[in-house]
Write a protein that binds this ligand. Structure first.
Ligand SMILES: Nc1ncnc2c1ncn2[C@@H]1O[C@H](COP(=O)(O)OP(=O)(O)OP(=O)(O)O)[C@@H](O)[C@H]1O
Ligand SMILES: [Mg+2]
Length: 589
C-alpha cells in the first residue's frame, strides 16, 4: 500500500520536472517563512529578558521595527512561495490533462466503448482538477511546516530539554489519529470521485439525449436519478469533511496536554530559578506555535490522500495500453492501389464470436456489397478493415500487405468512411467537409459538396458554406447531415471507401440522386457498400451475403437471384413489401 503511494508520487513528480526551478524557488521561500516562525518564537526571550524585565527604555523603539520587519519578510516570502507553487501546480495539472487527453485519443475503440463518455470526461476534468494541489505543492507546504516544526522543537530543547520532554511526551500519540483520518479520507474521496464520474455521465447522457427524455416524458425519472447520485456524492463528501474537520481538534486536544505540562512544570522551574521568565514564555510560545505546523502537516496529509485517490483514477487510464498501435517497423503504404483481401478472418468481441472464416477479395475499383440480416457482422467487417479492432485470426491485406504491418496513419488515410452515425463537428460547413483534408481549397470543398448533392441546400443556408452547424449552429435534417458526411468522405479522395448504410437517411428521391453521385465516385475506388435496401447494391460487382458471421453466398445480383438462396429470400421480402406500401422504403432486414 505504502509503496503504491510512493510510486504514484514518483509519477506525479515526473510531471513536475519541467517546473523544478519554480518549485525550487517556492521551496526557498517556504524555508524563509518557516525560519521567521522560529525567529519570532526565539525573539520573545530577549524581548522579555532584555527589554521588559530590565525595563530598558532605549531598546523599546526597536521592538516595532523587529515585529514589522519580520512580518514583511514573512509576507514577501509567503507570496513568492504561494505564487510559484500554485503556478507550478496548475502547469503540472495542465500537462497531466493534456497527456490524459492525448492518451485517450490513442486508445482503441474497444476500450473507449466499454467506458462511458462521462467517465472519461470526469477523469480528465474532475480527477485531474483534484490533483491541482499537486505533490509539489504538498512538498513545499510540507517542507515549510516541517522546518518550522523542527526549528521550534530544537528551540524548545535548546531552552530547556527537561521541559521539552514533558511537552512532547504526547506528540507521538498524534500519529495514530492522523493516519486513521488519512485512510478514511482517501477511501471516501475515491468513492466521491467515482460518483462524480457517474454524475458527469448522467449529465452527458441527459444533454445529448434530451429529445428522447422529453418525448418519453421521463424528466421526473431522470431528475430522480440525478438527485440520488448527487445525494450519494454529498454522502462521500460529508465523510471527507467530517474526518478533515476532526483532525485539527483532535491534535489540539492532544496539544493541550503538552502545553499543560509545560506550564505546570515550567512555573515551578521559574520559581526555583532554574529558568528565567523569558525562557518560559519563549518556551511556551514555541510549544504553542509548534502545534500549528503539526496541525497543518496533518491537513496536508489529508489533502494528500484526496490527491492519491484522484491520481489513482488518472493513472488507471494512462496505464491502459493502447492495443492498436503501429508495430515496430510498420511501413507507410502511401497511396494504395486498393486491392483488399480478407483471408480466413475470425473475430469476436470478447466471447461474442462475430465473424468466422470470413474471406473476400476485392480488386482495385471493384464495388463489393455486404448484405445480410441485422447483427450478421457487416459493420464489424468494415471496422476490421480500418483496424478499429484487430482480427482474432486470419489476416486482412491491402495491396498484399497485412494491414497490421502498415502504419495506422497511412492505413486510415487510404480509407474514407461514411456510416449511419452522421457525426458533424460544431464548426462551419466548409470545415466539416474538409475535416479529412484540412488543406483542401474552397473550390475543392464546393466540388465535393456538389458531387454529394449537398451544394443546393448549403447555398440556401443564411451564411452558405460559412454557416455554423452542430449544437451551436443551424440544425440540419438527417438527409442533409448524411450528404455532408458523404461530401467529407469524397473530399478525402481515398482509394478505398466504406459506405455503411450511407444513404439510409435519404428519401427515395435523394437516394437516387446520391446513388448517382456515389456511383461516379466509386469508379476508381474499391468500395464496400453495406446496405439494407437491396436496390442500393444491385450494381455491385460482387454481393456477399452474410448470416451470423458466415458467408452464405456471393456473386452478382443476377447470379444470386438465380441461386434462390438467402439473397433471393431477402430480395423477395423487400420486393413484396415495396409492393405493399408505395411510400415507405423497406429497410427492415
Ligand atoms: N462494440 C461492440 N462490442 C461488442 N459487441 C458488438 C459490438 N459491435 C457489435 N457487436 C455485436 O456484434 C454482432 C455484429 O454486429 P454488427 O454491427 O457487425 O452487425 P451488422 O451486420 O452491421 O448489423 P446491422 O445490419 O444491424 O447494422 C452483433 O451481435 C452485435 O451485438
Ligand atoms: Mg451495421
Amino acid at each position: 500500500m505504502k509503496s503504491q503511494t510512493a510510486t504514484l508520487f514518483k509519477r506525479i513528480f515526473q510531471y513536475s520536472r519541467p517546473y523544478l526551478w519554480r518549485i525550487g524557488g517556492a521551496l526557498c521561500a517556504s524555508l524563509v517563512v518557516g525560519a521567521t516562525d522560529v525567529a519570532s518564537a526565539k525573539l520573545v526571550q530577549p524581548l522579555v529578558d532584555r527589554v521588559l524585565q530590565p525595563q530598558d527604555r532605549s531598546l523599546i523603539p526597536l521592538v516595532p521595527f523587529f515585529i514589522v520587519g519580520l512580518f514583511v519578510l514573512k509576507g514577501g516570502a509567503k507570496f513568492l512561495q504561494e505564487y510559484y507553487i500554485k503556478t507550478s501546480g496548475a502547469l503540472v495539472v495542465q500537462d497531466i490533462r493534456n497527456s490524459l487527453y492525448s492518451h485517450s485519443l490513442g486508445l482503441s475503440l474497444g476500450y473507449i466503448n466499454k467506458n462511458t463518455a462521462g467517465n472519461f470526461m470526469s477523469r480528465i476534468l474532475n480527477d485531474v482538477g483534484q490533483m491541482q494541489r499537486s505533490a509539489a505543492d504538498m512538498l513545499v507546504d510540507g517542507a515549510r511546516e516541517s522546518i518550522a516544526l523542527i526549528g521550534l522543537t530544537a528551540l524548545a530543547f535548546y531552552n530547556d530539554w527537561q521541559l521539552a520532554i514533558a511537552a512532547f511526551l504526547v506528540l507521538p500519540l498524534s500519529f495514530l489519529p492522523a493516519s486513521y483520518v488519512g485512510r478514511r479520507i482517501k477511501k471516501n474521496s475515491r468513492g466521491g470521485q467515482q460518483v462524480l464520474a457517474e454524475l458527469t455521465a448522467i449529465l452527458q447522457e441527459t444533454f445529448s439525449g434530451m429529445k428522447v427524455i422529453k418525448s418519453f416524458g421521463t424528466e421526473d425519472l431522470e431528475r430522480e436519478k440525478f438527485v440520488n447520485r448527487n445525494r450519494n456524492f454529498y454522502h462521500f463528501l460529508r465523510k471527507v469533511i467530517k474526518y478533515d474537520s476532526l483532525s485539527a481538534p483532535v491534535i489540539e486536544i492532544l496539544a493541550s496536554f503538552g502545553i499543560a505540562a509545560v506550564f505546570w512544570f515550567g512555573i515551578y522551574r521559574v520559581i526555583d530559578g532554574r529558568i528565567t521568565l523569558g525562557e518560559l514564555f519563549s518556551f511556551g510560545a514555541a510549544v504553542l506555535m509548534m502545534y500549528a505546523p503539526l496541525r497543518r502537516l496533518i491537513k496536508i496529509n489529508n489533502t494528500l490522500q484526496t490527491v492519491v485517490s484522484a491520481a489513482e483514477r488518472v493513472f488507471e487510464i494512462l496505464d491502459q495500453k493502447a492495443d492498436i498501435v503501429d508495430r515496430p517497423g510498420a511501413v507507410d503504404i502511401g497511396r494504395c492501389r486498393g486491392e483488399v483481401a480478407f483471408r480466413d478472418v475470425t473475430f469476436s468481441y470478447g466471447d461474442n464470436s462475430v465473424l468466422k472464416n470470413f474471406s473476400i477479395e476485392a480488386s482495385p475499383g471493384e464495388i463489393v456489397a455486404l448484405v445480410g440480416p441485422s447483427g450478421a457482422g457487416k459493420t464489424t467487417a468494415a471496422a476490421l478493415l480500418s483496424r478499429f479492432f484487430d482480427v482474432s485470426d486470419g489476416q486482412i491485406c491491402i495491396d498484399g500487405h497485412d494491414i497490421r504491418a502498415l502504419t495506422l496513419a497511412s492505413l486510415r488515410k487510404n480509407i474514407a468512411m461514411v456510416d449511419q452515425d452522421t457525426f458533424l463537428f460544431n464548426d462551419t460547413v466548409t470545415n466539416n467537409i474538409r475535416y479529412g483534408r484540412p488543406d483542401a481549397t474552397l473550390e475543392e470543398v464546393k466540388r465535393a459538396a456538389e458531387a454529394a448533392y449537398a451544394d443546393q441546400f448549403i447555398l440556401e443556408l443564411p451564411n452558405g458554406y460559412e454557416e455554423m452547424i452542430g449544437d451551436r449552429g443551424v440544425r440540419l435534417s438527417g438527409g442533409q447531415r448524411q450528404r455532408l458526411c458523404i461530401a467529407r468522405a469524397l473530399l478525402m479522395d481515398a482509394p478505398i471507401m466504406i459506405l455503411d448504410e450511407a444513404t439510409s437517411a435519404l428519401d427515395t428521391e435523394s437516394e437516387k440522386v446520391v446513388q448517382k453521385a456515389l456511383h461516379n465516385l466509386m469508379l476508381n475506388r474499391t468500395t464496400f457498400v453495406i446496405a439494407h435496401r437491396l436496390s442500393t447494391v444491385q450494381s455491385a460487382h460482387k454481393i456477399v451475403v452474410l448470416e451470423d458471421g458466415l458467408i452464405k453466398e456471393q456473386g452478382t445480383h443476377q447470379e444470386l437471384l438465380h441461386n434462390r438462396g438467402l439473397y433471393h429470400k431477402l430480395y423477395e421480402i423487400q420486393f413484396m413489401r415495396q409492393d405493399d406500401s408505395q411510400t415507405v422504403g423497406p429497410d427492415t432486414l
